[in-house]
Write a new protein. Structure first.
Length: 429
């Protein structure tokens, strides 16, 4: 075998795994498994460690390289595992020379005899100031949806979050580079482009002239007129600029779906999280975008059981689902991350955290069911993802059959099966 990538965590990690695969194979690396790890929760780190041990038991003849956010924040821990042959930093994993160096190290130690001190190839992520575009010509070819990384890192320091220490400070791809990537991907036949980043709405603060995400979005839509669908992955609503609101209101090629970083519905908890918005800010933003695009679907991240959260505080998060009109809910049971301020705050008991997360997920499922039911009779433009499923403009899944992946079809919604919309009447979009 050549190189196998196992990815944990976010869409950005998934994108970067494809860069890793390309660079590692170009370097001639073989018989190697790369674990691209996540550090957002303790569970995510534990899953990576469990996978490493299992893979080494099942496939003892292969090398194991660990990279990603957990490798960046806890390199010594992974280097101390006998199963691990190399630990690669989050910025280093995107560089061709990193994988050439890994091959050279492995060739020099064919008997799996690399010393622990020699395993670590992790640079100071805070010293990284620029970001180069990575156009993935191969892996995204033939897929209906393509991802473009426009930003990485985060300048904010929410008290619960370890990610800035795994990703570094915010840095952006220049607008011209992004437009070129989008144009190239559209020429290869992709119908939908998704802009991704760690803190997407901080885009441009490090670039000359400090353009914002709204300006980038306008430039893409203006200079790539053949682009059918543009989607934004996740935004911090307090950073959304006027240009982006204008695009939401005026250009139907920007899909009517936003995922928001809300985290809590209680003002005191938001303050202790060091978030930059209040509860009413979130409610007002959702009302504003709904007035601009009445059919927009909104999702959100919410943390259950943040330190000092009382039952009353949690109920305000529960109420926020309805008050903001959320359709998609991503629930995080709070997990203390070493070195973060929240880890030193009075903790909520584990049983209470699990129960609150369960209730939030049930509330989110009810909201999704309500939205699925409301789609009955509407005609939606569905991007065909596979032989059995597509996605509407609002990112709702649709059960389909007999369609060509990559096509966009206008489908009349006739029902739902509890998980996906159903259509049995269609015509070309």
């Amino acid at each position: 075998m050549s190189v196998e990538i196992i990815t944990f965590g976010c869409r950005l990690n998934a994108f970067e795994s494809e860069v890793i695969a390309r660079e590692a194979e170009d370097a001639g690396l073989s018989d190697t498994i790369v674990i691209n790890s996540c550090a957002v929760t303790n569970e995510a780190v534990a899953q990576a460690r469990q996978s490493i041990r299992r893979l080494k038991r099942e496939r003892p003849g292969l090398r194991i390289v660990v990279t990603g956010c957990a490798a960046q924040t806890q390199p010594e821990m992974f280097a101390g595992m006998a199963e691990v042959d190399r630990v690669v930093g989050n910025d280093d994993k995107m560089r061709a020379d990193t994988w050439r160096d890994a091959r050279a190290a492995f060739d020099a130690a064919p008997g799996f005899s690399i010393a622990e001190s020699e395993k670590i190839a992790v640079a100071d992520i805070m010293a990284v100031k620029e970001m180069a575009p990575h156009l993935l010509e191969g892996f995204q070819r033939g897929l209906p949806r393509a991802f473009v990384q426009v930003q990485n890192g985060c300048d904010h320091r929410c008290t619960f979050c370890i990610i800035p220490y795994g990703r570094g400070n915010s840095r952006s791809v220049p607008m011209g580079g992004v437009v070129e990537q989008v144009r190239a991907l559209i020429e290869r036949g992709h119908a939908e482009i998704v802009l991704t980043g760690v803190d997407l709405t901080s885009y441009g603060a490090d670039l000359p002239g400090t353009p914002k995400l709204g300006m980038l979005t306008k430039q893409i839509l203006r200079h790539v007129p053949e682009l059918k669908r543009l989607r934004i992955s996740s935004v911090d609503q307090i950073e959304v600029d006027r240009d982006l609101l204008d695009v939401i209101a005026d250009d139907e090629r920007l899909m009517p779906h936003l995922h928001l970083s809300l985290q809590s519905g209680d003002d005191l908890i938001l303050k202790r999280m060091k978030r930059r918005h209040a509860r009413q800010d979130a409610i007002d933003f959702c009302a504003q975008v709904r007035s601009l695009r009445p059919d927009i679907a909104l999702g959100a991240d919410i943390i259950a059981g943040f330190p000092t959260e009382t039952d009353e505080m949690f109920e305000r998060s529960m109420d926020l689902v309805e008050e903001c009109g959320l359709t998609f809910l991503h629930v995080f049971p709070y997990s203390p991350r070493p070195g973060t301020p929240a880890a030193r705050m009075p903790q909520v008991k584990g049983g209470a955290i699990r129960e609150r997360a369960k209730r939030l997920r049930a509330t989110g499922e009810a909201a999704l069911q309500k939205r699925l039911a409301s789609e009955l009779g509407h005609t939606r433009h569905v991007l065909i993802e596979s032989a059995t499923q597509g996605r509407t403009e609002h990112f709702l899944p649709v059960a389909i059959s007999g369609e060509t992946p990559g096509a966009v079809r206008a489908l009349v919604i006739t029902g739902n099966d509890g998980a996906r919309l159903i259509s049995d009447c269609h015509r070309p979009a």
